[in-house]
Every structure is written in C-alpha cells, then in structure tokens.
Design a protein. Structure first.
Length: 131
C-alpha cells in the first residue's frame, strides 16, 4: 500500500556537522530503502571539519538539491553542484563538505531500511567494525 510522508513526520537525526531528516526508513515501514534530506551549513572560521564515514554493505546515492559541495572519497575528490548525482560504493570512506556560500542540501538514498547496522562514523554509534 502506498503511503505519503510529510516533513512533519521526519525524524531529526543528531548527526555531527549537518542537519539530517530521515524521511523514510525501516522505522516508518520501509523494507528496502532509507531516504534522508541533509543540509550541510557554510563552514565557519576555526570549525573542525567532520571525519569521513563508510557504509560497509551498501551504496549511497547523493543528489544535490541546492548549494555547492565536494565529496572526498577513497577514490578521489568530486565537486558537486545542483542536479549532480554521486554514487558512493559500499565500503568506500567518504565525507561531503560545503564549499559554497549557502547551505548545501542533499537527498541521500540508501538501498536498505536501516543504515545504522552497517555504517561507521566517528562520534556516531553504528557498526562494530569501525576503524
């Protein structure tokens, strides 16, 4: 059965260096997808950039809704602008940072209902295989 999700139903996640809303996941009834809306603010002078993270068992697909950014991954640096889509393979360490003058807004799609079981990010609970 189809289901409509409203912004008011989204779960606000306390993730470092960004605002993240989990729009769809196993917690909302999904069996095979997690969808997050992420806003990365303009960096402030003296601010410590967040560390890379990785998803061991699944890919992440990142679509840029607004702003400019750069994803730094094991396989290289990828400059992002509105309309770009980046596919990050399973197991690849990566971090996306705002390199513009306005918030960087991303739609992040994961092909699993619960990403926490196989995600490692410094300062965030998750997979026991953290490095």
């Amino acid at each position: 059965m189809a289901r409509l999700f409203t912004p008011a139903e989204a779960k606000q996640l306390g993730l470092p260096g960004r605002k993240a809303l989990e729009l769809v996941s196993g917690a909302t009834g999904s069996r095979r997808v997690t969808l997050r809306l992420v806003e990365i603010p303009v960096p402030q002078p003296g601010e410590t950039p967040r560390s890379p993270h990785q998803h061991y068992d699944f890919e992440e697909c990142i679509y840029v809704l607004s702003g400019k950014g750069a994803t730094y991954a094991d396989s290289g640096e990828f400059l992002l602008k509105v309309g770009d889509t980046l596919l990050v393979p399973a197991g690849e360490k990566h971090v996306t940072r705002n390199i513009g003058r306005e918030p960087l807004v991303l739609l992040c799609i994961f092909p699993v209902a619960d990403i926490t079981k196989s995600t490692a990010e410094p300062g965030v609970s998750g997979d026991s295989r953290k490095s």
